[in-house]
Design a protein around this ligand. Structure first.
Ligand SMILES: *Cc1c(COP(=O)(O)O)cnc(C)c1O
Length: 371
């Protein structure tokens, strides 16, 4: 007698998770993948050799647990960030998503709330909910910006325990002036988390919130090696904050959360920062060229300080997304309605994107009879 398979709905899952969909940016086998803001440049043969050697050196020690506190890696990350930061002010985990989860485990949770200004990174509300933190959706204004007055008003109205400020913002590419971050720090007694996943792609006019750490005691700046460092597969995110913030995270992190292999790979990538950041300069130039081209073609385009471009407006975003996919180019449909996000790829990938988008637009005109 076979027992019928158990369905998710039959399990005694938490009520707040019932009916939810998992995070799911499509991972499709398409020629041109410009949908998850990955860095299109794989590690160089030189870096591949260095990573292989570092993993080989670590392999004989894998019977032992890793350094629980990732001391050497945190010292390397502090050196990379500069501004006189030291290891006790830096923390690392498996991607900045895990860093954010640890922050909400320590500073959010049941009976507490977190505020973000949307449209923004879709994982902030997801991680808030899974840690039992109530999510408050604040709004962005014209040009997807956040003004100091609006931010302070939202913070005073809702009194959140954690405020998320994403700069440069995903999916819009918008960087926030430091004045906004300072104003929020002054208006809240909670934690202020500036998600700087795209900091290295910012134009010169957008300085890092790391410079505010000496002034703002409850400020946390999160970073990742997934984008600029082209290490999305290695899973390494980190933060800079006061040492007391790191002490709080030690209370919630799982022991030995960051594997010996991850620590070795991340340290090797950091040792090759100069080489990796050269590719970032090329991506920034390609990004600026993409913004200019889209504007010349008549699209609305948000200013971008990231490695992607947010553009519109489409009458039916999903149809436009599918039309591009049918031509072999995968972009991201993340909302708000009417807008699509394209990650900056190699020059060849961006040429394919431009070609596909032109074809989609001219097919549309032909179908509408306005040839
Ligand atoms: C990509 C991204 C992250 C990075 O997540 P990882 O877990 O480090 O790969 C974090 N925040 C934002 C806003 C992002 O777009």
């Amino acid at each position: 007698m076979s027992v019928p398979a158990t369905r998710l709905a039959d399990l005694p899952i938490r009520d707040d998770l019932r009916g939810r969909e998992p995070y799911g940016a499509p991972q499709l086998a398409v020629a041109v993948q410009l949908n998850t803001n990955e860095n299109p440049y794989p590690p160089s043969p030189r870096l591949v050799a260095a990573i292989s050697a570092a993993v080989a050196a670590a392999a004989p020690t894998l019977n032992r647990y890793p350094d629980r506190d990732a001391t050497e890696l945190r010292a390397d990350l502090a050196r990379y960030l500069g501004h006189g930061l030291t290891a006790p002010q830096v923390w690392a985990a498996n991607g900045s998503n895990e860093v954010i989860q640890q922050l909400l485990q320590a500073f959010g949770g049941p009976g507490r709330s977190a505020l973000g200004f949307e449209p923004s990174y879709s994982m902030h509300p997801v991680i808030a909910r899974t840690t039992g933190t109530a999510w408050i959706s604040g709004h962005r204004g014209v040009d997807f910006g956040v003004s100091p007055d609006n931010a302070v008003a939202a913070v005073k109205r809702h009194q959140p325990d954690v405020v998320f400020l994403t700069s440069p913002n995903n999916p819009t590419g918008t960087a926030l002036p430091l004045a906004v971050i300072e104003a929020v720090c002054g208006a809240t007694s909670g934690m202020v988390v500036v998600d700087e996943a795209y900091a290295e792609f910012a134009r010169a006019c957008a300085p890092s919130a790391v410079t505010l750490l000496p002034k703002c005691r409850r400020l946390v700046v999160t970073r990742t090696m997934s984008k600029a460092f082209a290490m999305a597969g290695a899973r390494l995110g980190y933060l800079a904050a006061a040492p007391a913030v790191v002490e709080a995270l030690l209370l919630v992190r799982l022991p030995y959360h960051l594997s010996t292999v991850t620590q070795a790979v991340a340290r090797t990538a950091l040792a090759h920062a100069a080489e990796l950041l050269e590719a970032v300069a090329a991506l920034r130039a390609e990004r600026d060229a993409t913004v200019t081209w889209l504007r010349d073609e008549g699209f609305e385009v948000a200013d971008s300080d990231a490695n992607f471009v947010f553009f519109g407006e489409f009458g039916d975003t999903h149809v436009a997304w599918q039309d591009l996919l049918d031509r072999g180019v995968l972009v991201r449909e993340v909302g708000p309605p009417g807008w699509l996000r394209v990650s900056v790829g190699t020059p060849a990938e961006m040429a394919a994107f431009r070609h596909a988008l032109r074809a989609v637009v001219s097919d549309r005109h032909r179908a509408a009879g306005d040839v």
